[in-house]
Ligand binder design. Structure first.
Ligand code: ZN
Length: 208
């Protein structure tokens, strides 16, 4: 019920302000997050909670199955704002095991519009079919696919003109790939971090 939600909000706000007077006044004047988190919309993977961060400490974009579409204006706008306005230098693409989006993309059933959204995952599954076939069962195969989706997401963020421009300008922003386990509440580093010098193209500066 909405009333319950509003009451919970009031309780939380009161507790927070009692523990740290001036907390909201301070947060309202500026946000200075250290991380930009691109994660799945799944209600069990809230960025602040699983990373143990307070409001103001992480700038967040979430979508179904944490997919990086290179034409997604929502994600790109958030990414540009994160890098160029908030000066965030640590970007995290975070997937999770047991992802419903990955599962939907692994099924032959039609899901309507979601099939368009999930198409990059189907493409990844075709590209890594040999690796995925070595998984012990369907769940392990989907979890491996979720890892590939994170690694691909990191690469696609790195290839955006936003990151390419930042690196050309000497900005030391890095992109990391993590995966979260619903069964143990732990984040794992997939060791696919990219930073300055990675994926940089030596495109000549365009002069207008
Ligand atoms: Zn998910």
């Amino acid at each position: 019920m909405l009333n319950d939600l509003l009451q919970r909000n009031l309780d939380w706000s009161t507790r927070k302000n009692a523990a740290e007077p001036g907390y909201f006044t301070r947060l309202a004047t500026q946000q200075n997050p250290e991380f930009f988190w691109i994660g799945c919309s799944d209600s069990r993977v809230p960025a602040n909670v699983v990373a143990g961060l307070d409001p103001g400490e992480v700038f967040v974009h979430r979508n179904v199955a944490n997919i990086i579409h290179s034409s997604d204006m929502n994600m790109l706008s958030a990414l540009e704002f994160a890098v160029e306005a908030l000066h965030i230098r640590e970007i995290i693409v975070c997937g999770h095991y047991g992802c419903g989006g990955i599962k939907a993309a692994s099924e032959p059933l039609p899901h309507g519009l979601a099939d368009h959204w999930l198409e990059p995952i189907r493409r990844l599954a075709r590209a890594y079919a040999v690796d995925l076939a070595q998984a012990s069962d369907a769940e392990a195969r989907r979890d491996r696919l979720a890892e590939f989706n994170v690694v691909e997401g990191v690469r696609r963020v790195a290839e955006t003109p936003i990151l390419q421009r930042a690196w050309r300008n000497g900005v030391s922003v890095r992109v990391h790939g993590l995966i979260y386990g619903l069964k143990d509440g732990l984040l794992r580093d997939l060791d696919c971090t990219v930073g300055p010098g990675h994926f940089q193209q030596d495109a000549p500066q365009k002069t207008l």
